[in-house]
Design a binder for this molecule. Structure first.
Ligand code: ATP
Ligand code: MG
Length: 279
């Protein structure tokens, strides 16, 4: 009979980012397994310590922060204006996105008090800002935000309760251009994130009806795009044509860097730039 890692050994190996083959290994007896664990753990700890030193003498900043900078620079140089809106969102603005009690996303919202929540998405605030910019600026108008969003999630490895979203949108171009614009914005973000392999898929979204998803070669959803005019626009009295895409930065990093554990790439007190600290 084959023997596998104990739960504690396995958890430690996952923390230390052991590869899938290592995690699935089988052994003939306990002694062999435990000896093997000690050797492996020692090697992985040494490698994490080297990475930690390299971070200190090299970039000195987590990948998440570096990716944000690269994306901001790239979008600004392509005519997008960055906005920075509150992390607290009012119940009324969520409702304008049709996210009310009967909506699936509503169950995922963290409420701070009766009328305020931690934003589960950036779109309501972007709508709020763009409705005025469309009045004030010549079209097309392009804006984006990068910031933390919060959702109660049940599934772990590809979801975090707190993650970083990039949402970009462009308003006021002809309707016939929309597909091509979405494709070119997806390409711009993928190139900035250092990802070559991805595909675009049409999906049904709880919020927007039909969406265009950006999916990695491994089938991981990296971003979701949508276009308008759209029924939600009415709440904001917006009539312009638009396209927009929301990406998860931790998902982009997970795809670019490899690995199957999203929490390594997010805000953390256990990891520094994906390097485990209890080593
Ligand atoms: P999924 O179906 O994977 O749960 P979603 O369709 O609910 O994602 P969207 O609302 O489309 O997510 O959000 C845009 C992007 O934000 C997603 O494509 C993904 O990259 C990222 N994202 C969404 N939820 C999370 C989460 N809990 N943790 C990390 N990233 C997330
Ligand atoms: Mg989606």
């Amino acid at each position: 009979m084959s023997l596998y890692w104990t739960d504690i050994q396995r958890k430690r190996l996952v923390e230390l980012d052991a590869d899938a083959n290592t995690l699935e290994r089988a052994f003939d007896d306990k002694d062999q397994r435990n000896r093997e664990f000690q050797t492996l753990e020692k090697g992985l700890v040494a490698s994490h310590r080297r990475q930690l030193d390299a971070l200190r003498s090299g970039p000195r900043r987590p990948r998440l922060c570096r990716l944000e900078d690269v994306l901001v620079e790239s979008l600004v140089s392509h005519g997008f204006v960055q906005v920075s809106t509150p992390m607290l969102m009012s119940r009324g603005l969520l409702a304008r996105m049709a996210i009310t009690a009967d909506h699936p996303l509503f169950q995922q919202v963290y409420w701070v008090d009766r009328d305020k929540c931690l934003r589960p998405m950036l779109a309501p605030h972007l709508y709020y800002v763009i409705k005025d910019l469309l009045r004030l600026w010549e079209k097309p108008v392009r804006i984006f935000e990068v910031g933390t969003c919060f959702r109660k999630e049940t599934e772990g490895a590809r979801h975090a309760a707190e993650f970083t979203m990039l949402n970009l949108c462009e308003f006021g171009l002809p309707e016939t251009d929309r597909q091509q614009r979405l494709e070119s914005f997806a390409a711009l973000v993928m190139e900035s994130a250092g990802i070559d392999g991805y595909r675009l898929e049409t999906e049904t979204s709880a919020v927007y009806g039909s969406t265009l998803d950006v999916v990695s070669d491994d089938g991981l959803e990296l971003g979701s795009g949508a276009m308008g005019p759209h029924p939600l626009d009415r709440a904001w009295r917006i009539t312009d044509t638009w396209v927009g895409i929301g990406f998860g930065l931790e998902r982009l990093l997970m795809d670019a860097e490899g690995g199957s554990n999203l929490s390594r790439f997010g805000r953390s007190i256990s990891y520094l730039d994906g390097i485990r600290l209890n080593i």
